[in-house]
Every structure is written in C-alpha cells, then in structure tokens.
Design a protein around this ligand. Sequence first.
Ligand SMILES: [Zn+2]
Length: 394
Amino acid sequence: MSQRESAPGSTASLRTANQQRVLDVLRRGVPVPDDGVALAPVTQADLARLTGLAPATVSNIVRDLSAHGLVDTEPGSGRRGTTVQLARTAGLVAGIDFGHSHIAVALGDMTGALIADERRPLDAGHGYADGLDLASTLLAELLAAAGAAPTGLRSITMGIPAPITDGVVRSSSILPGWVGVHAQDAAQERLGMPVHVENDANLGALAEHRVGVARGHTCSVFLKISSGVGAGIIINDSVYHGSLGAAGEVGHLTLDEQGPMCRCGSRGCLEAYASTSAVIAMMAGQLPGATLDDIVEAAEAGNVAAVRTLEDAGLHLGWGLASVVNLLNPGLVVVGGDMARAGEFLLEPARIGLRRHALDAVAATPVVASQLAERASLTGAVLLAAERTELLAS
Ligand SMILES: [Zn+2]
C-alpha cells in the first residue's frame, strides 16, 4: 500500500482505501472455480461481494472512478447488472525482456494483460546503452501502432537474465555489456519514466503463477533454461528474492565435483550439463553448427545421439531439481526458456532424475513445460509493471 496524504481513519482516507479495494479487484479479476481467475468486466454485485463493501458504496465509488477516467461501465442486460472494467484511459504499462540474444518489449493494460508485443534478435555482446536505445525504439513503435501517446505510459518493468542486487546487474557472462551497470538508473534516464528491474526467471515465475500453468499453486518453481539456468521461486504466492535479491541461482548447484568446467569457474554445475550451450557443445561432433532446434528436430527424427544428449541434460536437470524440491516442496516445477522446446525429450528424463534423488514425500512433484513459453518473462514484466503502478497517485 502506498502513502496516503489523508490522515488514517479520516473520511477522505477511508474513501481512498475503498476506491483502492475496488481497483484491486478490477486488476486481479474474479476467482472462478475451474479456471483460477476471470478478468474484468465484473458486475457491481461482484465488486460488493469481493470487497465486502455495501452495494451503495460500490455504486458511489464506481461513479467517482468513472468520472476520473479510471473505469468504464456498461449497463447490464437481463439479470446481469452493470459491469465495470478498468478503462484504457487508466493508462498503459510496458514490459521489457532482455535475453542472451534477444530483446522483447510489450505494452499492457492496468490489469497486466498484454496488448501488443515485439521480439527482435540482439547480439549477446551488446552494450547496455545500445540495448536501451533499441528498447526505446521498439516501445515507441508499439505505442504508435496502438494509437497511444507516449504520455499514456505509466511505468515499465525490465527483466534481465542475471542476479540483480540494489538495481545493479551482478556477475553475468550472459550479458557482459551490462555487468556492474545500475540498470534501473540507466533505464530510467534513457526511457524517462519509472522503471523497475527484476531478474527474468523471477518474472517468468510470477507470470506462470498468475496466468500460466502454476495458477492455483501457492508455492512453485519456474526454471528458465537457455544459455544459462536460473530459477524464480514463488513462496506463499510471492516471488522469493532472498536477502540480497539473488535467490534462485540453481544453475550453479554442484552435481559433480569432477564434472565439466562451468562458466562461473566452478566444476560440474547443473548449467554445465543442462543449458542450451552445454547441449549444443555436446552435439558439436555429431551435428556441427546445429542449433538447439536442429538438435530437437534430429531427436524427433530418431537421431540416437540427439536423443541421448537431451536425455542426459534432462537427467542432470532432474538431479538438480531433486535438491530444489527436497528444500522447497513446491506444488509444481515449470520448465521454461529455450530448452523447454525440447519438450518430453528433456522433461521425462528430468522426472526420472528427480524421482531418483528426491525424498518419497516430494518425489511425485510434477515437472511441466511452461505455458507462456517465450513470452513468460515478458508477461511477468507487464504484470509487475501494472501491479506497481499507483492508479490513485495523481
Ligand atoms: Zn557454475
């Protein structure tokens, strides 16, 4: 909750608090039995039930919010009463997702729903200033295509594939051009508005938890497996950041002290077996120059080496996951990132590896593919940007 100007308990502060409760319901949607949540529009009766406010109070609040351009109402038909939803004029938010070799940018509304998005390749060695320039260009294009003024944008969340502490990008050979950069300051200066910076796996975890395959699980783990391996951890419906903001670096769980060298300088890390770079390196002799998609295609065509390589990656992934589920007992493990495109070639051996080393109590933890696929982190960025925007601040 943000600071209010009115004194606590005063009529004005109570009014604002009640308005906030109504807006919160409109953002999060209405719980429905089989599907998790349905987003707005909701009826005024739904609003009264979900906020615990009297119907007459809800009616007054909706009228006020509508007068300020924050909500749209539509008269009901038949037995369905007047419906209410957040107005497009309430503002827009944006998400930016930097990967090892791509950038994706999206516009969203105040419920955190994606309106439009764009993805471009980006050289892994790019400097952070060039990355931000491209983000700014793509954002301007999306706004223009949506017919929205740049001033309609309220806030941005930016995902980076690295641990981030105090807004600074730490130790990442994934994006060398960003290491040591205060990403939040740099982005706010370039984009001219509030920017929140978050680890990309955390954003993927949030997205799968809210609108993806992990809906309904209070605790879940999202693994982003691309050229690096990171995890976003949801505990009691919130992203767990750890004391410095660097929680979830499961790519460097040690699986074998004598194992292959990892880019972190240690040996036998999970990342050295299960990342896309590890899989591509392992297949370099059999299929020189093959991309991950080429390897998956070869596996589908029955190439024994490709099947075996993905299976090895999956087994090692499962061994690492056994430690994760023994420690956290999530209701679900979601596998995302580029490696998720290997599907069951990766996931089935991962389940076998997990069962081999997890305690009985947690050995049946489901391991499933990301539902949001390549848009997981981007979707999380938009959701978080919407959540962090204070609608009543002005
Ligand atoms: Zn490592």
